[in-house]
Design a protein around this ligand. Structure first.
Ligand code: GLU
Length: 387
């Protein structure tokens, strides 16, 4: 069987593969400690599950509109207006099969052969692959650890050519946990407007913030940047709904119409009764989000103390998300070998930085319980000492 040529340059998703491998090892009774998954370990809050159950019991089991349940689109638009200061209406919103599919669909709707998409490195590993599948060219721009791995206005300006169509901005960031500050966003917005390109803000970790970090949507800065902005988000991380597969994207109406056509020929609507759970998530108390954040705060502290106390590895203190991006360059190993050995010798799973475009780093997710983090850090220390 001859597989399409376009697939020859597409890498598999390592985050999903390693997380699945760790889960399979656990199922076999192996005492694996997994820092691989970018997946909160909490159950979905009960009121969200009850709303989906009620929808299931009352017959919300049929096809729905491809762009999403009208009430959910309205609730999302209201959230974007009130929480993010983005002036969207329901017609500006599409509900998608996870945040991931919102971005994939966006690339298909927007990117043509020859279009360049600027992606700051380290990046979430699916961005370049999505661009390539759509026929575009990812332009990966290395950022500096000393600047929190955030792209600067200068670096952006230098990377822009006549073919540049889009910048992908992810804040809080996966894998680094960095958060863009208002002045940094202002400077980037200035370049985006001057060079007349588009920006998609992936804001899936928007509520997972520490210390005094604030989340700001770049599109809220001015009418000029709003016109050039698209925002992608979802329910997976904030409400611990990873398996529900409900994301969304907001942008101008023509874009949403184009994406709805693609969705009409690919996924159709997101699971109807699941969308009722998402409505409950938005319309009910947000205490569950705060409770999960409290747990993440404690976990971040424990893992940071652990990593800092181990010689030859180091990481910055991230302001958001639930990852530590650890520099392993002093160990003499590159990231894939490091992760393979760590899993083999100590049964600790983590994701090689190579998958995110940074081979001297490894991503540790602290979306797991305190005890596992403490035990995992002890094993990591033994591993580093054995090298
Ligand atoms: N975004 C999460 C991660 O980076 C989930 C896995 C994935 O979809 O890549 O681990």
């Amino acid at each position: 069987m001859k597989i399409a040529t376009r697939m020859s340059s597409i890498a598999p998703s390592l985050t999903l593969a390693i997380s699945a491998q760790a889960k399979a090892m656990k199922a076999k009774g192996i005492d694996v400690i997994s820092f691989s998954a970018g997946e909160p370990d909490f159950d979905t809050p009960i009121h969200i599950k009850e709303a989906a159950k009620l929808a299931l019991d009352t017959g919300k089991t049929k096809y729905g509109p491809s762009a999403g349940e009208p009430k959910l689109r309205e609730a999302i638009a209201l959230k974007l207006r009130t929480h993010n200061n983005l002036n969207y209406q329901a017609e500006n919103v599409i509900v998608t099969n996870g945040g991931k599919y919102s971005l994939f669909n966006l690339m298909l709707a927007l990117i043509e052969t020859g279009d360049e998409v600027i992606i700051p490195v380290p990046y979430w590993l699916s961005y370049p692959e999505m661009v390539k599948i759509a026929g575009g060219t990812p332009v990966c721009v290395t950022t500096q650890a000393s600047n929190g791995y955030k792209i600067t206005a200068k670096e952006l300006e230098k990377a822009i050519t006549n073919n540049t169509k889009l910048l992908i901005l992810n804040s809080p960031s996966n894998p680094t946990g960095s958060v863009y500050h208002p002045d940094e966003l202002q400077a980037l917005a200035k370049v985006i407007i001057e060079k007349d390109i588009l920006v998609v803000a992936d804001e899936i970790y928007e509520y997972i913030l520490y210390d005094n970090a604030q989340h700001l949507s770049i599109g809220s800065l001015s009418p000029e940047i709003f016109q050039r902005s698209i925002v992608s988000n979802g329910f997976a991380k904030s409400y611990s709904m990873t398996g529900w597969r409900i994301g969304y994207l907001a942008g101008n109406v023509e874009l949403i119409k184009a994406m709805t056509k693609i969705q009409g020929h690919s996924t159709s609507n997101v699971c109807t009764f699941a969308q009722y759970g998402a409505m409950a998530a938005l319309e009910s108390s947000q205490d569950c989000v705060k409770e999960m954040l409290e747990a993440f705060k404690e976990r971040r502290k424990i893992m940071l103390e652990g990593i800092t106390s181990i010689s030859n590895i180091s990481c910055a203190k991230p302001e958001g998300a639930f990852y530590l991006f650890v520099d392993i360059s002093k160990t003499g190993l590159k990231s894939i070998e490091f992760c393979e050995k760590l899993l083999q010798d100590q049964q600790v799973a983590a994701i090689p930085g190579k998958a995110f475009g940074a081979d001297d780093c490894v991503r540790f997710s602290y979306a797991t319980d305190n005890q596992s983090i403490i035990r995992g850090m002890e094993r990591l220390e033994s591993f580093i000492n054995s090298l």
